[in-house]
Every structure is written in structure tokens, then in C-alpha cells.
Write a protein that binds this ligand. Structure first.
Ligand code: OSB
Ligand code: MG
Length: 371
């Protein structure tokens, strides 16, 4: 496969509703869309999930643009790529970190590769599920009542799992009240690293509510204290921020730092690494689910494809486009019926990028080719 041209676009979409986590509030989504074109004119698409500010992790839209432009794009323009696995296994290995930048370009190459095989991205990744179950991630709100209203709405729409963002002071009382109204719903909490081991009493109090899991309670770069905490909680800990690679997953499993892992393709450097973590977790009976980063339809399509692998046994965060955007940039948009997404069987990601909408939301773009 010879890639002749790569186009980076900076898009900005307005969120229908602000999204608040323990690290901040998002009002819009600025992201890089990557288009990789082969010499026979086929385009592969992916997006970088890096945010404008380094709040979730250290990467940003600008650091991703820099790494893509100055390092990663020149590599793929220069080399004949036989399989997308070669990017993370051979061509990108000397570039440390910058997982979201790597994943964005690798994802576009995966889509292109699948389209050239006339196969769906799900099938070339080894996906087996035809349908996937999804839940919702509910941000921190101004009142518990408005959180309850949101759960009621999403429950009515059929979502399969309810994840509430928590932080110190927006935790035990919130979960207690939600559990009183909904004693049975699949419920979990995501702290985005807002606690330390000194908060053990607060975290232990959450043990009483039959939560499916507590996601990333401690530091974004920790697996040691999480192991200590997991030994003191019966609720499974799920790691998000702390897992960037197969090696991280291996060490976290060995230490007992978590019982569940959330895979975000961007956070772990791409689909190839995601598959490897998937296989390791299957072997160790660690259930997986696919996390979300407020993606457009392009990123959602990638999430749907990876979620079709067999060990993604828990509902993920890939909710319908219409919960985030007035209009999404794919045709069709991602739709969810009764908490279920049908995995597309069309070639590649299976959701067609709409050039009209992409152009409408593009702030800046740049084309790269061999000079
Ligand atoms: O921790 O999962 C997270 C959004 C941005 C950054 C981090 C996270 C999230 C979400 C949103 O929880 C999931 C989604 O609906 O896309
Ligand atoms: Mg999370």
C-alpha cells in the first residue's frame, strides 16, 4: 500500500450540552481529522482524540499536529506499507509516547487497508459481534435532580449502562440518591483521577452501592496505589488514564491494579495495540469496554469496529451522535436503538465522511505529499 497524500484538518464542533468531568468543562470539540489517500485514490479516515488542553492526558491538538506533520506523516509517505500493524510494530517504534497522534494516523491507514480488501474494519480487526451494546457517560451537573432526569431520559432510550462522573464532594450522596431511585440499573462511576489513597473512607463508602466498577479513581499515571486500593475494595476498579500499552496492561494485571480495563484506541496508540491488549485481557479474564472521548462519527466508527471483538463484554461509551452534535460529519450518523449499535458491514469504517459537513466545520487544513 502506497500512501500518496495525507490531509490534516482541524475541525470544531459545538457540543449540544457542556460536558463536565473532574478535570474541567468542555463546550466544544476541537479535533484533528486525518485523511490518508492511496495512489489509487482511496481515502482512509480517522480522528485524533487529543483535546485542545492537556487535561485528560499530556497530548493536545497542537502537539498531535506537530508530531503528525514533523514525524509520522513523513514516515508513511516514504514507505510502502504492507499491513497497518507495521506502523506500531516497526515504523513508529522510535517515537516515544504521543499515542493519540500515532493512533490517528494508524487509524486512517487501517480504514484504507480495510477498504482495499473490500472488507469492514470490524472484520479485518477480527471482530465477531454483529451488534454491540452501549451505555452513556453523564457529566457532572449542577444538581442531583438534573442527573436523575438525565438518567430517566437515557433509560427510556434504552442505554445499557449509566456512568456518572464523580469528584470529591460529588460522589457518595449522588450515588446514594441515584441508587435509591434506581436500585437495579447497571451503574458505575468515573473519577478521572480526582482522588488519592487518603480518600479511602469516601471510596470505601462507594462500595455499598453495587457499582459495576469505579473508573480511574487515583492518579492518571498510577498503577501502584490502585493495586493497594483494589485490595481494599470489593467494587472492581477499571483503569482508563493509566493504561497506554500492552505493557501497562500486563503490569496492571500482574499487580492487581484493576479488574476491568477501558480501551480507548487513541490512548493506547492505535488499533493494533488495542487488539493486543484485547487478547491479553481475554487470556486473563479481564473484561473490556470501549471508552469515549466525545468523538465525531469518524472516531465513533472506529470505536464500534474495535468493540466488535469478543472480549468487549461490557457496554461502552459510544452513544448516538445525536446526544453530542446538532449534526455529525458522517452519513449516516451513528444511531443507537434500544442501547444497541449494528456493526456496519460496508468496507472500512462503514460510515461515509460527508465532505460538505467536514468542510463546514473545518477551521484549518494542510495537505502533505512527497516533495
Ligand atoms: O474519562 O472516559 C473519560 C470524555 C473526555 C475525556 C475523558 C472521558 C470522557 C468521557 C466521555 O467519559 C465519553 C463519551 O461520551 O465520549
Ligand atoms: Mg474515564
Amino acid at each position: 500500500m502506497k500512501i500518496k497524500q495525507v490531509i490534516l484538518r482541524h475541525l470544531k464542533l459545538d457540543l449540544l450540552e457542556p460536558f463536565t468531568t473532574s478535570f474541567g468543562t468542555e463546550y466544544n470539540r476541537d479535533f484533528i481529522l486525518v485523511e490518508a489517500k492511496s495512489d489509487d485514490g482511496i481515502s482512509g479516515w480517522a480522528e485524533s482524540v487529543a483535546m485542545l488542553d492537556p487535561l485528560y492526558n499530556e497530548e493536545t491538538l497542537k502537539t498531535n499536529w506537530h508530531i503528525l506533520e514533523d514525524y509520522l506523516i513523513p514516515i508513511i509517505l516514504k514507505n510502502e506499507i504492507k499491513h497497518p500493524d507495521e506502523l506500531s510494530e516497526k515504523y513508529f517504534t522510535h517515537i516515544r509516547g504521543n499515542y493519540m497522534a500515532k493512533a490517528a494516523l494508524e487509524g486512517a491507514v487501517w480504514d484504507l487497508y480495510a477498504k482495499k480488501q473490500n472488507a469492514s474494519l470490524s472484520s479485518v480487526l477480527g471482530g465477531t459481534k454483529k451488534k454491540i451494546e452501549v451505555g452513556v457517560s453523564i457529566g457532572i451537573k449542577d444538581s442531583i435532580d438534573s442527573t436523575l432526569d438525565m438518567i430517566e431520559t437515557r433509560l427510556g432510550e434504552g442505554y445499557k449502562r449509566f456512568k456518572l462522573k464523580i469528584k470529591p464532594g460529588w460522589d457518595v450522596e449522588l450515588i446514594d440518591k441515584v441508587r435509591k431511585v434506581y436500585p437495579e440499573i447497571p451503574l458505575m462511576a468515573d473519577a478521572n483521577s480526582a482522588y488519592t489513597l487518603q480518600d479511602i473512607d469516601r471510596l470505601s463508602a462507594l462500595d455499598d452501592f453495587n457499582l459495576m466498577m469505579i473508573e480511574q479513581p487515583l492518579a492518571y499515571n498510577d498503577i501502584i496505589d490502585h493495586a493497594d486500593l483494589q485490595s481494599r475494595l470489593k467494587t472492581p476498579i477499571c483503569l482508563d488514564e493509566s493504561i497506554h500499552s500492552l505493557e501497562d496492561a500486563r503490569k496492571a494485571i500482574k499487580l492487581g491494579s484493576c479488574k476491568i480495563i477501558n480501551i480507548k484506541i487513541g490512548r493506547v496508540g492505535g488499533l493494533t495495540e488495542s487488539k493486543k491488549i484485547h487478547d491479553l485481557c481475554l487470556e486473563h479474564e479481564i473484561p473490556l469496554w470501549c471508552g469515549g472521548m466525545l468523538e465525531s462519527g469518524i472516531g465513533r466508527a472506529h470505536n464500534i469496529a474495535i468493540t466488535s471483538l469478543p472480549n468487549f463484554t461490557l457496554p461502552g461509551d459510544t452513544a448516538a451522535s445525536s446526544l453530542y452534535w446538532a449534526e455529525d460529519i458522517t452519513d449516516p450518523e451513528v444511531t443507537v436503538e434500544n442501547g444497541i449499535i449494528v456493526v456496519p458491514e460496508l468496507p472500512g469504517i462503514g460510515y461515509e465522511p460527508s465532505m460538505e459537513k467536514i468542510n463546514k466545520y473545518t477551521i484549518h487544513s494542510q495537505t502533505y505529499h512527497l516533495s
